[in-house]
Design a protein around this ligand. Structure first.
Ligand SMILES: *[C@@H]1O[C@H](CO)[C@@H](O)[C@H](O)[C@H]1NC(C)=O
Length: 525
């Protein structure tokens, strides 16, 4: 009996062993902060000690959490980048892949050179058991794992895509998988397939050939001095950027589909949502409970602000909402005059609690992945007004899956929005479809938060989980694509061709000379 107790106690101790984990989420955006906070919350609950590099303030940090503030990352983005009016008037920078690649280089640089981050990296007493870095268009963050000689885990904030999959395996086939910035969803037409192939090839060339020197130089300048102080030499960039133990994706088959994925890729989409939704404030609860025609919730997310909409758009939307029979909740950052009776402005919206309310009939959103994931989690149909980044593809997916409609952002969008609201609230198929997807989303062996903790522990306990590593990650491009075989075949065929040609020429010469001889003999006769 004693032995059994001893065994149980030691088993529990072994399982609950606390690890030191560094979580790096430097992206200056509230939504990325929500994803980083999700990791931190689950890892702390699992008893780990977490150091968290973030540009956002973490409210009431517990004792086993240390945060490092990189809020100056916010200063690196152009102020107009996410201003709705500037986007509508096309006066802001367009978020293309090349824009993102350059912007993220600056953000990584600013993060690593931050004085508190430098203190952490240069202190030889600092050690970690694993490093979790959000992948944002740059692979330089892999350097954090080199400093602490521990396994690297990439966090991917979106559905699995070729950029990140090629870091642990190989890029997926563009005939049926699309780029993060795409505006359409498979099945692809002929021209879409060609565009996808072109995007993948051209951005690959841009990032991994043309700009590769820039990235590698920055990696060396940022991390070589730190490693030198720790008495080690900097590993070769290509040896560390393809060396992650795991990719944890903020995604699930409900949003990404069923394409094949490497073993070191794990879905944890939905992990940012609390298991127990914080209840609605009393006044909002009363309002939603008593809305007998249903509630419409309109929010452009945490980065875009409805406040930045042009005045004429605000006015026309308000008039349109006023003509509906439903109650409208609009997340809006300032007080609006002349509010119709059924429209209510929320400066701050408890989004998950609103989505969880049974009277909610439609969610009007920019289509960020957090919002579309939450709409599936709580089973609410959407109308998407995509603005930038992956929002177009997210909204396209909701249309493809049958639980959403799109309205294009424009000065005259309110009429179209009204039509679509009427369609989604009248036609029951949208609600039915999203309920079905919600079932699929929840029908997993364990919850996404548990899965997150499990795989982080697994990587730590197996020293980097090399058994999950795809063999493709260790093969250069030419071997994966059999280019060596192609070269060999070309040489062989060429050799055979030359040989045959020579042989033919020789035989011809023999035959001709014979003919010539007999011919001349005849002539002589
Ligand atoms: C690659 O990762 C493994 C597992 O974390 C580690 O043991 C190895 O040292 C890493 N290689 C390099 C070059 O950093």
């Amino acid at each position: 009996m004693e032995k059994i107790i001893l065994f149980l106690v030691s088993a529990i101790l072994a399982c609950s062993e606390s690890a030191k984990i560094l979580v790096v989420f430097p992206g200056p955006a509230k939504s990325h902060g929500i994803l980083g906070d999700g990791y931190v919350r689950h890892l702390l609950n699992a008893g780990h000690e977490v150091t968290y590099i973030t540009p956002l303030t973490y409210k009431n940090p517990p004792a086993n959490l240390r945060t490092i503030d990189v809020s100056s990352n916010f200063d690196l983005l152009p102020p107009d980048l996410i201003n709705l009016k500037a986007i509508m008037d096309k006066t802001s920078d367009e978020m293309t892949a090349i824009f993102m690649i350059f912007a993220m280089l600056e953000i990584v640089k600013n993060t690593v050179t931050n004085k508190d981050v430098q203190k952490l990296l240069n202190d030889p007493k600092e050690q970690f058991d694993a490093v979790i870095v959000e992948w944002l268009f740059s692979d330089i963050g892999a350097g954090f794992a080199s400093v602490f000689e521990c396994p690297l885990i990439w966090s991917s904030s979106v559905d699995p895509h070729w950029h990140i999959l090629q870091l642990i395996d190989e890029p997926p086939n563009p005939a049926y998988t699309v780029d993060i910035m795409s505006t359409y969803f498979p099945p692809l037409s002929f021209s879409q397939r060609v565009v996808e192939l072109w995007t993948q090839l051209s951005v690959q060339f841009l990032k991994y050939v043309w700009l590769d020197g820039v990235e590698e130089k920055l990696y060396t300048s940022l991390f070589a001095p730190i490693l030198e102080k720790r008495g080690r030499k900097l590993p070769i960039y290509n040896d560390i950027r393809y060396n992650a133990s795991l990719v944890l994706s903020n995604s699930y088959v409900t949003t990404s589909g069923g394409a094949a994925l490497p073993q070191s890729h794990k879905f944890i989409g939905g992990y940012h949502i609390d298991d127990t939704v914080i209840p609605l404030p009393e006044n909002l609860k009363k309002l939603m409970d008593s809305a007998k025609d249903g509630v419409i919730y309109f929010s452009m997310g945490s980065n875009l602000r409805s406040k930045d909409l042009p005045d004429e758009v605000k006015i026309s939307l308000l008039k349109m909402f006023g003509s509906l029979k439903q109650t409208v909740l609009w997340k809006f950052e300032e007080v609006l005059p002349n509010l119709p009776k059924n429209v209510h402005i929320l400066e701050w919206a408890p989004q998950q609690a609103i989505l969880a309310h049974p009277n909610l009939v439609v969610f009007i959103t920019h289509g960020g992945l957090l919002s579309t994931t939450e709409s599936i989690h709580f089973g609410v149909p959407i109308i998407g007004i995509p603005v930038f980044g992956d929002q177009f593809i997210n909204v396209e997916k909701t249309i493809n899956k049958g639980f959403g409609l799109r309205v294009d952002l424009s000065y005259t969008m309110s009429d179209e929005l009204k039509e679509k609201i009427e369609e989604v609230t009248r036609n029951k198929r949208y609600a039915a479809k999203v309920k079905e997807l919600s079932f699929i989303h929840h029908d997993r062996p364990v919850k996404p938060g548990q899965e997150l903790v499990h795989w982080v522990n697994h990587v730590i306990n197996t020293r980097g989980a090399p058994h999950l590593r795809s063999p493709a990650a260790d093969l250069p491009f030419y071997k994966r694509k059999f280019l060596d075989l192609a070269a060999l075949m070309t040489v062989l065929l060429l050799a055979i061709y030359i040989l045959l040609k020579r042989a033919c020429a020789y035989i011809c010469a023999q035959v001709c000379s014979k003919k010539g001889k007999t011919g001349s003999k005849k002539k002589n006769n």
